[in-house]
Design a protein around this ligand. Structure first.
Ligand SMILES: *Cc1c(COP(=O)(O)O)cnc(C)c1O
Length: 415
């Protein structure tokens, strides 16, 4: 057994050694049904005092900036993660939008620059590394598209088999990626939630390892690496605010968990304010934050990656947002599409709708003058715009072809 980490149930607080359980807390799992978010998602914990003693503060800083902080990951060796460069994505400081200078700093963390063009690679690579160290060769996942294309790509690089359950409506580019990477694809006649439940049943039936978001606690651990990177990229500092798109609530919990690890180690002394952004047409996390009677509103939004009826990490997300005084807001599909154009034209970064939702949330804050002067605000851009061209088709019109003459160019440009 790898002694360096253990699990704690988000709901009942039960502690598990890491060889005792792989997915949900077994005490809480039995009460779950398919109408409510699952209870019993596990948080991965480390022996923080020992880590602190082992390194001392300065060395900890340095290892974090090397982005190879193996003591805070539930695998034995960085080498198990294979050769694809996951994470270490750029953080851009933007000082102008639509010609106006900004009086706060806007940072864009471009996680579309991961190998399969989405943030999901951070989770997939850790799950894949764990499988490799434990001689598991088949990994299954349910996905709205990105988790599946990510797992398929990472598994292709690691000589592992991937089996991906998707709702039949997933965008074509994401389905194409899954097949090009050689994974087995299982389209499910139903929504993401139906694909999710079926993938778990099938994993149990066939004995596959399962990467489903939140269900597998390592997905949260993989996603937390973005916070270590932000800390290093901001010269060992934390931003004032981070805008995060929220579907199942695993990315946002990962962001919190990364900073929480740093808090536990005494490397930082406060949490940044994290702003959860959901689509107005799929706001099941936000709508249920202040009630104990769970209610699902069926989702309809252009932002397929955050279109979720039953958020799989609702309770951990709720705990984090309330404990660390997070904020939240929704954006409409129109706002998402408009923000997509603003983002692309101003920055050269073309993002998919879910990712633009976070940017749209930032624009809403700006409109409301909610940014303190000189504050540092990060927008997490989670997926490439090339993954869903249909979503922005209403914004573009490709001109008809012209004869190959200068006169025709003049006519096209000036008449
Ligand atoms: C999965 C995903 C999200 C949302 O992450 P959750 O963990 O489901 O909240 C946001 N943006 C993109 C591009 C994604 O693929």
């Amino acid at each position: 057994m790898n002694q360096k980490y253990y699990f704690k149930c988000t709901d009942c607080g039960k502690i598990y050694q890491n060889n005792e359980v792989s997915y949900l807390c077994s005490a809480c799992e039995t009460a779950n049904d398919d109408k409510h978010p699952p209870r019993g998602v596990l948080k991965t914990l480390y022996h923080y005092d020992e880590i602190r003693e082992k390194y001392g503060r300065n060395v900890l800083f340095k290892s974090l900036s090397d982005s190879a902080f193996i003591d805070l990951l539930p695998v034995q060796s960085i080498d198990s993660m294979g050769y694809l460069r996951v994470g270490q994505t750029p953080l851009y400081a933007i000082n102008k939008l639509d010609g106006d200078s900004l009086d706060f700093t806007l940072y864009l963390k471009d996680d579309a620059q991961n190998p399969t063009a989405s943030f999901k690679d951070r989770a997939s690579v850790l799950v894949s590394a764990f499988a490799k160290e434990n001689n598991i060769d088949t990994i299954a996942a349910a996905s709205t598209g990105n988790a599946g294309s990510s797992l398929a790509g990472i598994c292709a690089s690691q000589q592992q088999k991937a089996i991906i359950f998707v709702p039949a409506t997933a965008p074509l580019a994401k389905l194409t990626q899954i097949l090009m990477y050689g994974a087995v694809i299982i389209p499910v006649d139903g929504n993401y939630d139906a694909a999710f439940d079926l993938s778990i049943k099938a994993s149990k039936h066939f004995g596959w390892y399962n990467r489903n978001t939140a269900y597998n606690p390592l997905t949260i651990e993989g996603k937390k690496t973005v916070s270590f990177e932000l800390f290093a990229q901001l010269q060992q500092g934390i931003p004032d605010r981070i805008f995060v798109p929220v579907g199942d609530g695993v990315i946002i919990s990962g962001v919190y968990k990364g900073f929480e690890d740093l808090l536990q180690l005494g490397i930082i002394d406060k949490m940044p304010v994290i702003v959860a952004i959901q689509a107005e047409g799929s706001k099941n996390v936000i709508e249920n934050l202040s009630t104990d009677n769970w209610k699902t509103i069926p989702s309809t939004t252009i932002a397929d990656s955050i279109s979720v009826d039953i958020p799989r990490n609702f309770y951990m997300t709720k705990d984090y947002l309330l404990k660390y005084k997070g904020e939240w807001l929704t954006v409409t599909d129109d706002e998402i599409i408009d923000s997509s154009a603003i983002l692309s034209k101003n920055t050269g970064i073309f993002s998919e709708p879910a990712s633009c939702a976070a940017f749209a949330g930032m624009l809403k804050y700006k409109k409301l003058n909610k940014f303190e002067k000189l504050s540092k605000n990060v927008v997490l851009l989670t997926g490439s715009g090339l993954k869903d061209l249909k979503a922005v088709s209403s914004l573009i019109k490709i001109p008809a072809a012209i004869p190959a003459t200068i006169e025709a160019v003049i006519k096209l440009l000036y008449t």
